[in-house]
Design a binder for this molecule. Structure first.
Ligand SMILES: Cc1cc2nc3c(=O)[nH]c(=O)nc-3n(C[C@H](O)[C@H](O)[C@H](O)COP(=O)(O)OP(=O)(O)OC[C@H]3O[C@@H](n4cnc5c(N)ncnc54)[C@H](O)[C@@H]3O)c2cc1C
Length: 425
């Protein structure tokens, strides 16, 4: 077995891994390795040839590859070592990483700190269990995106899309631009799961109908999809009899959610958040396995790459601090999602960091709402509040606390909740 050593090993060279590796190097880690199973760095951004990346961080409308390129260049210039075509198979509590590489064969990497940045994967037909036969022509939206944008292959001409996640919305537009007919996007929830800008730019501007409270109840066809039945659903998401409609199509695209890629984390016995599916992390993005950090979609699914980058800088800095022996002391507070909030990341915050630097909380709400108050309570004491005109589950909310804005003691709980107009505070 080929043996290697480094200060920081980053698994995954998507935007999260690229930002973490560059920042670990800048923060003083000597030897930083960036490992990816793919043949090129950039992660999911390689196939996102639409613009809309980097609006917040660079104030520019970059395509995915353009955004990734900025960080790839920075990593090359700073001496981060790339190990591509290398699949990590296991992360040991000791910091050893076992990987298989096209060039080196089996590799054992002894790392001072590890950053998990493996991204997420799409939920597929097995996850949504649609009755009917199993013909070809059923793709997840991201797979179809790779076919069209990277491999140059149009997988269908008459498309029905199930789920209104952003990848599906973007592919609805892409298929239309390529000359295919998109019959409609069918979403089981009474609201869309995509960003407003994608609803407008991808669907409305291309006259593609969005059917809320609808689902696909049957797939027809033996060799290839020939049609799907769609039905309206009631408040319990059960199909309403009599509302069935058969739509002819040759392709069904699934855009029904993303799940953190967490086999390595689970195998390493890292605590996972049952709501996000990703590791439980501190404000330095350290998991419950000391010396192992995590960032990006492997922690929680992001809608904006800019937030992935910001979060991953913290992981890279944390990993470097770990190998340099500069981590903050052990006093922590915990965060918790209160009323109206689905989850909060990070799950724990160092009291010392709260006093010394800016801390950002990321959260998603449970349901769409308007004119609500977003409140932070330390125990039962309100310590922060702001009004939100509109909140939607599809749009991540962030709260930045400046250094010293909240003074907390070890073991306290920081609750994030939404309060409706007229509700008791
Ligand atoms: C279709 C689509 C459209 C989007 N559009 C926008 C947009 O317009 N604007 C915007 O701001 N954001 C957009 N996003 C969101 C943003 O691109 C993602 O949030 C971001 O790419 C996540 O970065 P990541 O590094 O965590 O994951 P990824 O980009 O998925 O990278 C993970 C990397 O880890 C590697 N990996 C996984 N497991 C292993 C292993 N065991 N060993 C080695 N390597 C491994 C993978 O090969 C991959 O390269 C979009 C996302 C998608 C999917």
């Amino acid at each position: 077995m080929h043996k290697l050593q480094c200060d920081v090993a980053v698994i995954g060279a998507g935007p999260a891994g690229l930002a973490a590796a560059g920042r670990a190097k800048a923060a003083g880690a000597e030897r930083v390795m960036l490992i990816d199973r793919d043949r090129e760095p950039g992660g999911i951004l390689q196939q996102c040839i639409h613009n809309g990346f980097g609006l917040h961080l660079f104030n520019e409308e970059l395509t995915g590859p353009e955004y990734a390129y900025k960080f790839i260049q920075e990593n090359f210039a700073s001496g981060v070592e790339f190990f591509l075509n290398t699949m990590v198979l296991q992360v040991q509590p000791s910091g050893h990483i076992y990987a298989i590489s096209k060039k080196l064969g089996m590799v054992d990497i002894a790392a001072g700190a590890v950053v998990l940045a493996m991204g997420c994967r799409e939920r597929n037909r097995g996850a949504v269990t649609i009755p009917g036969s199993r013909p070809s022509g059923i793709f997840t939206a991201g797979t179809a995106q790779r076919f069209v944008n990277v491999e140059g292959y149009l997988p269908g001409k008459r498309i029905v899309i199930l789920g209104s996640g952003d990848v599906g919305l973007i592919m609805a537009r892409r298929f239309t631009w390529e000359g295919a007919k998109v019959e409609g996007v069918f979403e089981i929830m009474p609201y869309s799961n995509g960003l407003t800008r994608n609803l407008v730019q991808c669907l409305r501007n291309n006259n593609i109908p969005l059917h809320l409270s609808h689902t696909v109840t049957k797939i027809h066809g033996q060799e290839r999809v020939q049609a799907v039945t769609v039905s309206k659903v009631d408040e319990q998401f059960h199909p309403v009899p009599g509302t069935e409609q058969v739509l002819d199509c040759d392709t069904l695209l699934l855009s029904v959610g993303l799940i953190p890629e967490n086999e390595l984390s689970r195998d390493a016995n890292i605590d996972l958040d049952p709501v996000t599916g990703g590791p439980v992390v501190t404000d330095e993005m350290e998991t419950t396995l000391p010396g192992v950090f995590a960032c990006g979609n492997v922690v929680h699914v992001h809608d904006l790459v800019d937030n992935v980058t910001r979060e991953s800088w913290l992981a890279g800095e944390g990993a470097a601090r770990r190998v340099l022996g500069q981590q903050p002391g052990g006093d922590l507070i915990t965060t918790r999602a209160g009323e109206g909030v689905r989850y909060v990341v990070p799950h724990k915050i160092h009291v010392a960091n709260l006093a010394a630097k800016k801390t950002t909380l990321y959260l998603r709400v449970l349901e769409p709402d308007e004119n609500v108050k977003l409140e932070l309570l330390l125990g039962t004491k309100p310590v922060y509040s702001r009004r939100e005109r509109v909140v939607r589950p599809a749009e991540m909310v962030s709260v930045s606390l400046s250094s010293g804005q909240i003074t907390a003691s070890a073991g306290e709980e920081l609750v994030v909740r939404l309060v409706r107009e007229g509700d008791q505070a």
